[in-house]
Ligand binder design. Structure first.
Ligand SMILES: [Zn+2]
Length: 269
């Protein structure tokens, strides 16, 4: 069933565990996320990222995510990821997304606060929760990251009333760059802000780092699964006849395996 972000993160905090937040850029990924979450009986966050808008438009994927979330046997929070455009956010909230990640970390401080307040008020009027980044996590297009400045961050959260925080602590969205998390900084941010923390770019992190990050206060783990590509290449190279439906199944199976392993790590069992 459809759920907001806060109850899911509150439960994760009580249980000292993390919750997977997966980007559904294709229907195969969406189906795999729901099937694994239902099999494990665990809540999940399904993101539609504005970063991939050219490839996967909100107007097609949004309604599908919302409908399947409503019908699921577990709690699902449909979330808009990496948003800055208020019209885009309004459209998503109207569709039924229950959380928004506002990404203004690359803006000058005052502008970030102004825009952040605007997004918070939009989210609140739609009864949705809000995550904001502070400190820029780069790597989507090979941009450099900026590590979170704690003093500036405290000023930001006094002004902008957010529910979850995505800091920049050595993590990156890059799938090739090496990540070096600063766990002491993560812990300091968790203790000072008392907010559930979000780790972006966790898809390429080793299991041990993810577990350690959870122990430092990370509750939402943004995990981008790119599994299945090799399996599809093998299928195309080795089959005389191929169909998209068979290819779909190959991708779903590979993503399910990857997500199931990731969720086992996040649950800290
Ligand atoms: Zn991200």
């Amino acid at each position: 069933m459809i759920q907001k972000l806060n109850p899911i993160l509150e439960e994760a905090t009580r249980k000292n565990r993390g919750v997977g937040a997966f980007t559904a850029t294709t229907f195969e990924i969406l189906r795999a996320i729901i099937e694994v979450a239902e099999k494990r009986g665990e809540p999940v966050i399904i993101k539609h990222s504005a970063t991939y808008e050219d490839e996967v438009p909100l107007k097609y994927m949004g309604p599908v995510i919302i409908e399947l979330a409503k019908k699921a046997k577990v709690d699902i929070c449909p979330m808009l990821d990496h948003c800055k455009d208020t019209d885009y956010i309004k459209t998503g909230l109207k569709m039924g997304f229950t959380a928004v990640m506002y990404d203004g970390a690359d803006l000058p401080f005052e502008e970030n606060v102004k825009m952040g307040k605007e997004v918070v008020s939009l989210a609140k009027s739609a009864n949705a929760n809000i995550e904001a980044s502070f400190g820029f996590v780069g790597g989507h297009k090979s941009e450099a990251s900026t590590i979170t400045d704690v003093e500036q961050l405290m000023k930001f959260i006094r002004e902008v009333d957010i529910d979850a925080l995505a800091p920049s602590v050595g993590n990156t969205h890059s799938t090739t760059a090496k990540q070096q998390l600063n766990f002491n900084l993560l812990k300091e941010i968790s203790e000072k802000t008392n907010l559930p923390l979000v780790l972006h770019g966790a898809g390429t992190l080793p299991k041990e780092d993810i577990r350690r990050a959870i122990e430092c206060g990370v509750r939402k783990i943004n995990y981008f699964s790119n599994a299945g590509i090799k399996e599809v290449q093998d299928y195309l190279a080795n089959s005389e006849v191929f169909t998209f439906s068979k290819m779909t199944k190959i991708v779903v199976d590979a993503i399910k395996k990857d997500i199931e392993e990731a969720m086992a790590v996040f649950s800290m069992k």
